[in-house]
Ligand binder design. Structure first.
Ligand SMILES: Nc1ncnc2c1ncn2[C@@H]1O[C@H](COP(=O)(O)OP(=O)(O)OP(=O)(O)O)[C@@H](O)[C@H]1O
Length: 310
């Protein structure tokens, strides 16, 4: 597991990471969520011993990274997909890493197969697309078969099939009992990928909770309903105390009643429905709600829906 206590990093006037305290537990995918510049990469770099904390500690399996005796076997990471030498082939790059860690050549072929790069293993990395580089970075992270894995924005540059593949892989790694921490600034991506989320803003921890709980915080997303007689349906729903807005086409967006109640009211008034859909609240909406309620966060600029500071 990963344990972070009072972790702080200051770069000159910038407080990149501000007294973070959290645990990342095995067996679940933990999303590390926050807008650009929130401090995710800096935190991951400190967990990996690539940056020294100004104060506080980060440990992997109870020890600081630099005190691990066989780091590649304990923790793997995808940080910068551009890290491989462009003149090397994918196979040579991984073999170089494997030799450094005393791993057998066979393991290189295994991870190339795992990430779907076997057929291009002999090609130079310089000619790889961003998606292929991401896969190569993931292969490198998996080389030592570590129990703890950190992925910084692993779906960057991947096509939809690649994104699904990464989600499946992360889920499989967690199901094997590994500790998986994956960062993203895309709220809805985390909703599809993570079981648990750590939300940070301006270096501070804003939330540490299950995805389901965070989504529920966004409140009900209402109900979308369409019928041949929207005017009559609007009147009937309004009588029951619902708030009703027009959606696209004949659709109505109903707040204050659940889908079952909307269906009952329509049946009672003999209004045939063409559509009745509970609207899921997105993690993004919950994130906005959460950060809007954070006094510390509001003192600066609030994140926009794209997750960038406005
Ligand atoms: N080496 C550095 N020197 C100075 N400032 C830095 C350095 N690394 C990060 N920062 C600053 O620390 C803050 C946090 O950056 P960090 O890269 O950790 O955020 P992030 O959440 O990973 O964002 P992104 O998704 O954009 O990578 C930013 O304000 C950034 O400019």
């Amino acid at each position: 597991m990963i344990r972070v206590r009072g972790l702080t990093k200051r770069y000159g006037d910038t407080l990149a990471v501000d007294h973070l305290t959290f645990d990342v537990n095995p067996g679940v995918v933990t999303g590390f969520l926050g807008p650009n510049g929130a401090g995710k990469s800096t935190t991951m770099r400190m967990i990996l011993g690539l940056d020294t904390p100004t104060s506080g500690t980060a440990t992997v399996n109870g020890r600081r990274y630099r005190d691990l005796s066989a780091p590649l076997h304990e923790v793997g990471a995808l940080l910068d997909p551009g890290a491989a030498h462009p003149g090397r082939t994918a196979h040579a790059h991984l073999l170089w890493l494997a030799r450094g860690a005393g791993l057998p050549r066979r393991r290189v072929e295994e991870v190339l197969d795992l990430v779907g790069l076997s057929s291009v293993a002999g090609r130079r990395v310089g000619g790889f697309s961003l998606g292929m580089r991401q896969r190569l970075g993931i292969a490198a992270a998996l080389l030592g078969d570590p129990g703890v894995l950190l992925f910084d924005e692993p779906v960057n540059g991947l096509d939809p099939e690649g994104i699904l593949w990464v989600r499946g892989l992360l889920g499989d790694l967690a199901a094997e009992g590994r500790t998986v921490l994956v960062s993203s600034h895309l709220m809805n991506e985390m909703q599809a990928t993570a079981d648990h989320v750590l939300v940070i803003g301006r270096g501070r921890l804003i939330a540490d909770m299950g995805v389901a709980e965070l989504t529920a915080r966004g409140g009900s997303g209402g109900v979308r309903v369409a019928s041949a007689d929207p005017a009559a349906l609007t009147a009937a729903l309004a009588e029951e105390g619902a708030s009703v807005r027009s959606g696209d086409g004949d659709a109505l967006l109903v707040g204050g009643l659940d889908a079952a109640r909307v269906g009952e009211i329509a049946l009672h008034r003999r209004i045939a429905l063409r559509e009745l859909t509970p609207q899921r609240t997105s993690l993004e909406a919950a994130f906005m709600e959460l950060t809007a309620g954070s006094v510390e966060h509001r003192s600066g600029s609030a994140p926009t829906p794209e997750g960038r500071p406005s």
